[in-house]
Design a binder for this molecule. Sequence first.
Ligand code: HEM
Ligand SMILES: [Ca+2]
Ligand SMILES: [Ca+2]
Length: 303
Amino acid sequence: QLSPTFYSSTCPNVSAIVRSVVLQAHGSDARIYASLTRLHFHDCFVIGCDASILLDETSTIMSEKTAIPNNNSVRGYDVVDNIKTAVEMACPGVVSCADILALAAEASVNLAGGPSWSVPLGRRDGTTASRSGANNLPAPFDTLANLQSKFTAVGLSDTDLVALSGAHTFGRAKCSTFSNRLYNFSNGNPDPSLNSSYLATLRSSCPQGGSGDTLNNLDPATPDTFDNKYFTNLQSHRGLLQSDQELLSTSGASTAPTVNSFAGSQSSFFTSFSASMVNMGNIKPLTGSSGQIRSNCRKVNGS
Ligand code: HEM
Ligand SMILES: [Ca+2]
Ligand SMILES: [Ca+2]
């Protein structure tokens, strides 16, 4: 059972320390708020919120960092190291790397203009990683039914799926994650659920035969601000990833009313997003005497 007051006597300033390092990192990297938010998601969906994603490859650990959804894509590991160093200076051996990821996500969302919520704490760090689990993360090419089953598998609802997808209100995606929609999606035509002027913009950013690594804003309206524009974009057929647009455009989508409700009310999106981040942060945490408090987020203690 996690609690927002878990460190109130052992590390009372932990939230402020995390927030200040995140803010400092943003001074030289406008994308870092998005990247840190995504790190917590990619941690929690693979064997729970245990900082498994932070472990480097060793003879006994098959790192998650090189799994397909993470490789050359997930970023911010260096900033997590800086947060850990600052937290260890104030409260040695007390705060887990898994909790640092949860706190960094909240600070990032809030600093980008989004909601603030109190983060349940007390997770401990795992001693294993799962490459295969990381390779099974939700994919941009998944059907809505597939996305729903991957969320259900970790105890998250349709509302969680829609609210958490709203994190694509900031950050970037490579051409390779959506270029299948631009030229030959079906019968030689582009994805019919793409707005035609947005399609033209994306084609010029991602020409056929060009680099799949070119970065594009996930939210073409407000790329770096945490707001509800992601949902109004879906209404105007400007979802970047297939997995985004499907939430509204799949025929009979059970998620469509929730998309429309968040498009119409930023405050209802913010309230739901905060609740869903707490739900996601509760996926299989290690507590009590399970796991450990890593001294280096990249390594199991003593290895
Ligand atoms: C619903 C299933 C999801 C799918 C299929 C998905 C897929 C993706 C993909 C393909 C990218 C671009 C990666 C790249 O090009 O390198 C991305 C970026 C991102 N995702 Fe998701 N995602 C999902 C859910 C989430 C959730 C639940 C969160 C957080 C709560 C999240 C936060 C982000 C953020 C912030 C970025 C931008 C990261 C950056 O700029 O560094 N995503 N996602
Ligand atoms: Ca994990
Ligand atoms: Ca935005």
